[in-house]
Design a protein around this ligand. Sequence first.
Ligand SMILES: *[C@@H]1O[C@H](CO)[C@@H](O)[C@H](O)[C@H]1NC(C)=O
Ligand SMILES: *[C@@H]1O[C@H](CO)[C@@H](O)[C@H](O)[C@H]1NC(C)=O
Ligand SMILES: *[C@@H]1O[C@H](CO)[C@@H](O)[C@H](O)[C@H]1NC(C)=O
Ligand SMILES: *[C@@H]1O[C@H](CO)[C@@H](O)[C@H](O)[C@H]1NC(C)=O
Ligand SMILES: [Zn+2]
Length: 442
Amino acid sequence: MDCARLWLGLLMPAVAALDFSYHHQPEMEAFLKNVAQNYSSITHLHSIGKSVQGRNLWVLVVGRSPREHRIGIPEFKYVANMHGDEAVGRELLLHLIEYLVTRDGRDPEITNLINSTRIHIMPSMNPDGFEAVVKPDCFYNDGRDNSNLYDLNRNFPDAFELNNVPRQPETVAVMKWLTTETFVLSANLHGGALVASYPFDNGVPATGTLYSRSLTPDDDVFQYLANTYASRNPDMKRNSCRIKTGFSNGIVNGYSWYPLKGGMQDYNYIWAQCFEITLELSCCKYPRKEKLPSFWKDNKDSLIEYIKQVHIGVKGQVFDQNETPLSNVTVEVQDRKHICPYRTNKFGEYYLLLLPGSYVIEVTVPGHGPHLTKVTIPPKSQNFSALKKDILLPFRGQLDHISESNPLCPRIPLYSELQGHSAATKPSLFLFLVTLFHILFK
Ligand SMILES: *[C@@H]1O[C@H](CO)[C@@H](O)[C@H](O)[C@H]1NC(C)=O
Ligand SMILES: *[C@@H]1O[C@H](CO)[C@@H](O)[C@H](O)[C@H]1NC(C)=O
Ligand SMILES: *[C@@H]1O[C@H](CO)[C@@H](O)[C@H](O)[C@H]1NC(C)=O
Ligand SMILES: *[C@@H]1O[C@H](CO)[C@@H](O)[C@H](O)[C@H]1NC(C)=O
Ligand SMILES: [Zn+2]
């Protein structure tokens, strides 16, 4: 018996299988530190700040170069438990971490993913809220808000109307984190419903609110991303919570479900150039721990497949005539311009998530006319890389002036500038009723 265990111990990866139970801050920290130590070449553990009560906001990075960005390797992230009582996502991300690190070098799919992607995982954005849950319940708990009683998913700057709430330490930490990396794709894990919800969560008539929805110029991509997740999760696809919501195929536009101000996904898309969707993973916000194995089983494939989508579309660097990479230049696809134009990072890189098809990329350097490049994204491949397209500009970049190139962005609310804007529309009576039912979820 002992001998067999020793033998097994030698064959198995250095991991004490993570149990299916809820891990409070000390256990979660111990697990993350253990992983960071045992798998130090592919992981990097760091705290992006502290909660109101001083708990660390941990992020574990998994990748071949976990400590720093490499040119051509896109940055991906998952954030869970921003509502402290929505506990399933927190545990799923711990299991995802274990799954990734123990399969590296054994499972070709995971090895490819780790080789080609830098994956940032934040199991809890609201650790104080999680600890504040006294008696776990499916619907009503303490702990949704942070310990100053602010809902963190209403706490971000809003592009469509002024969001005049004091910004919380957890929110500030995330906003700062978003400026330190060029995140490309993200999801934000919640509970209390079963659906993949995509931007916008707020809107104005120019984004479609007169038709009870609010869509981005990248709506095709967002629907595809939400479908990628929902179609692999049997219960989400069937929309199988008891309260019926009429989602089709388990996806919904955030605004058409119910509008909200100050949400994290709109902030990511508008200000951080990062496509983010909101995943509602369980009808019950804080189910019994005995249910966790089946949540892991239902979400594992979706979680992995969703990460891979960071490799759709086109990526590359923008260079001037001297082959100097140009940062802060605008790189946008014609007919899908962003309110805050997407710009190259400090390495001159751009990443644009696009479905297969032909597009015109428009690069703009202040003082020069737009530079157009035609690209054709081939049908989906299992390549673990977007189409690579470097862009060479036929002049010398004027680096000193480039930082001034985005005057529109700091202005809030941004969308009031859009044509067709009138006084903020009120949601219809139907939406109001739906809101009453669901305001407590995302
Ligand atoms: C890390 O390695 C130690 C020693 O082999 C082991 O006891 C521990 O369970 C491992 N933990 C994880 C999370 O891999
Ligand atoms: C992944 O990267 C490692 C280390 O650079 C390399 O040895 C391995 O061949 C790569 N594997 C795949 C599947 O690309
Ligand atoms: C496959 O990956 C390479 C980079 O490794 C890239 O240059 C190429 O465009 C990719 N092909 C497709 C079809 O996306
Ligand atoms: C790019 O823009 C950022 C922020 O606007 C600024 O801090 C940085 O200096 C700019 N870099 C260049 C090379 O213009
Ligand atoms: Zn939530």
